[in-house]
Design a protein around this ligand. Sequence first.
Ligand SMILES: Nc1ncnc2c1ncn2[C@@H]1O[C@H](COP(=O)(O)OP(=O)(O)O)[C@@H](O)[C@H]1O
Ligand SMILES: [Mg+2]
Length: 416
Amino acid sequence: MSHGIECNEFGNVALKTGYVVGKRYVVMSRLGEGGCGTVYKVFDLKTNKKLALKAEANCIEGGSVLKLEAQILRKLIGKPQFPQMKWAGKREKFSYVVMTLLGDSLSYLLRLHGSKINSISTQIRLGVQLLHALKTLHDIGVVHRDIKPGNLAMGHPDSPESMHTLYVLDFGLAREFMLQTNGRWEFRRRRNDCLFRGTSRYCSLNVHEKGDQCRADDLWSMMYMLAEMRRALPWRKLQEKADVQRCKINTTDAVLFMNSPSKLSRITSHLRTLGYYNRPDYGLIYEVFLEIMKEEKIKMDELYDWEDYVQQRDAAHKKRQKLPSKKSQAAQSAEPVHSPGEGIRKQASQTSLKSAEPVNPSAEATNDPTLVTAAKSRSDEKGVGEEEINILETQDDPESWGDFPADDFYTNPTGL
Ligand SMILES: Nc1ncnc2c1ncn2[C@@H]1O[C@H](COP(=O)(O)OP(=O)(O)O)[C@@H](O)[C@H]1O
Ligand SMILES: [Mg+2]
């Protein structure tokens, strides 16, 4: 018996809204999908908190990516700027990791502008935050290998202390470049002729050349991403990796940073001097960002470019909430729900529940066409219509292998 779950051989798991994982996590909506699984917003019946759950089908070829990801997430427990893993489990059909729920991904937020470019303030302050996160990651011996806007997110807006913090997520392609043996850190030997890992738009030339990825490669991705915030990357329309590679070779820093502060080329010049075993000079990179901030009179606590749009979107949504439809008026008078938690808890013992949460508010109530397009693409991505959640299954799947604490998930790690 496994209604509420569908898996395919590509590792994608479709969990229906209301499905309960491990008797505890109620699926609320789908947050995203990528190469390594599907991410859901879930409600934790034990703590009444919303969390994110990443699921991967067990039937995928080539072994579990999620298991490796969980291994890295475990190392990141207690580190700011990374989702905090709460639980990892394996069931009959799929494995999953439960972690902090973050806010919108940067790929969504940057698209809120439509064709408009981002400000230098947003560009450089994101640079400062990403640099800090990458240094933290590298200092525990891990390279990410797929830094791009879709793998970065801001903190959840429900948490004012983290909503302006940039988070790095998706460790499906991450790799330990150093290992600790008997308390001593040792480099893993550099490999030649590696398989391509990453995203061709953002990866460094070293990755195109099949070099083993190192810390500098994550920083290259950061620089391409920052450059793109001010001007489309010259290779954006090229499909073939070889064409992208050629275009990157032929693109000078002057062209790459044509619409960005020219000082950024000091960072790329530094990156060109680094090999697999070299530690990047994070201090130098930080200094460049700080100099630009000084010159441009940028303050660290300014609003990010998207915040006005997000505020408009949320205000529009609140307004719509204040004018409930007849149907929802009737539903609400039957049962006032003040928080999604309350709704879900109340009804978990029954068969259906209401979530009061305004998930994916669409911007259609505003007059801003950019906002409407962005909101539409967001709702396409994340799925709308989760006001009503029916609990599909409150019992464990009888064939389930059961859940076990995160620790057990890491025994005998393979693929390293
Ligand atoms: N902890 C999280 N909180 C909120 N959204 C998340 C979280 N993790 C992932 N997402 C969303 O799901 C998308 C896909 O997640 P990701 O981990 O990148 O999966 P994949 O390995 O399939 O690319 C992300 O772009 C992001 O929008
Ligand atoms: Mg991803």
